[in-house]
Design a protein around this ligand. Structure first.
Ligand code: NAI
Length: 262
């Protein structure tokens, strides 16, 4: 049995993942702004530091897996969204990496989104600000661009960060398989807040999902559990797994696989 840290463990996809891992007999260290074993606000550097310190103390320096699931969706203050969705995941990924490497055989599943590929005009400048690690610049751009653009940019940057780092010596070479899941609209409090909004509600309801309806958090958690625990996922590295009822395939069928020329 392993020791797994999960942020956003108090609700939705994070809570469903924690429940699955605990039911399987694993030790789960939950982190959330409230309602978790470790309470920390990942919107701020101090909260991230205290979360990392508490996780490392609790796991005694060795982690078998990590799921940064904490996030917020529109409608929400865009600067805070930038801080939580990207830096609240990326900073913990960096700072928990030594504990993951100490396990010798660790799995990480970041939580991206199908907004990365199904939402038009994701702002490249904000994606670059995230990836350059410039939090003040990312927060400032986010405030100008608004919450919907910031959401998709934060999840695009997180997916790219995963792909850039997964195959490196620090990650794959240290026995850490780093992947991400990209869920489509999944019925959680985050989605419900969007549905309840006068602007976002009709947009979310009208978004085409070929299988019909919304995902269930346990359907996403089942994939995360597989990616964390099943031998079948051990050859997976740097993958962004879309579980979205077919929206990405519907919107851009020929965009992937993307080919390249030498
Ligand atoms: P949720 O609202 O049910 O859970 C998110 C959790 O993150 C909450 O427990 C919340 O307290 C925590 N959180 C928010 N801000 C925080 C902060 N500053 N510090 C610490 N914890 C904080 O939402 P859901 O849907 O389970 O979202 C989980 C992840 O899945 C998020 O990263 C979200 O962007 C992503 N996602 C969700 C989709 C959906 O349709 N529900 C679709 C695609 C991705």
């Amino acid at each position: 049995m392993g020791t797994f840290a999960i942020t956003g463990s108090a609700s939705g996809i994070g809570a469903a993942t924690a429940a699955r891992l605990e039911a399987a007999g694993h030790d789960v260290i939950g982190v959330d702004v409230r309602g978790a074993e470790i309470e920390a606000d990942l919107a701020h550097p101090a909260g991230r530091s205290s979360a990392v310190t508490a996780v490392l103390e609790r796991c005694q320096g060795t982690l078998d897996g990590f799921v940064p699931s904490a996030g917020v969706g529109p409608p929400f203050d865009p600067a805070t969204m930038a801080a939580v969705n990207y830096f609240g995941a990326q900073v913990l990924l960096e700072q928990l990496r030594p504990a993951l490497a100490a396990s010798g055989d660790a799995q990480v599943v970041a939580v991206s989104s199908n907004s990365t590929t199904t939402q038009p005009s994701v702002p490249a400048q904000l994606v670059e600000a995230f990836l350059s690690g410039d939090e003040p610049e990312a927060r400032s751009l986010a405030a100008q661009l608004g919450d919907a653009a910031t959401y998709a940019a934060s999840k695009t940057a997180l997916a790219r960060w995963v792909r850039r780092h997964a195959p490196t010596a620090e990650w794959a070479g240290s026995g850490i398989r780093l992947n991400a899941i990209a869920p489509g609209a999944t019925m959680t409090p985050l989605l419900q807040a969007g549905l309840d909004d006068d602007t976002f509600g009709p947009l979310i309801s009208g978004f085409p999902v070929p299988t019909g309806g919304f995902g269930d958090p346990d359907q996403i958690a089942a994939w995360i559990e597989f990616m964390l625990c099943d031998n079948g996922a051990r050859f997976m590295c740097g993958a962004i797994v879309f579980v979205d009822g077919g929206t990405d395939a519907l919107v851009r069928p020929d965009a992937w696989p993307a080919t390249y020329d030498l």
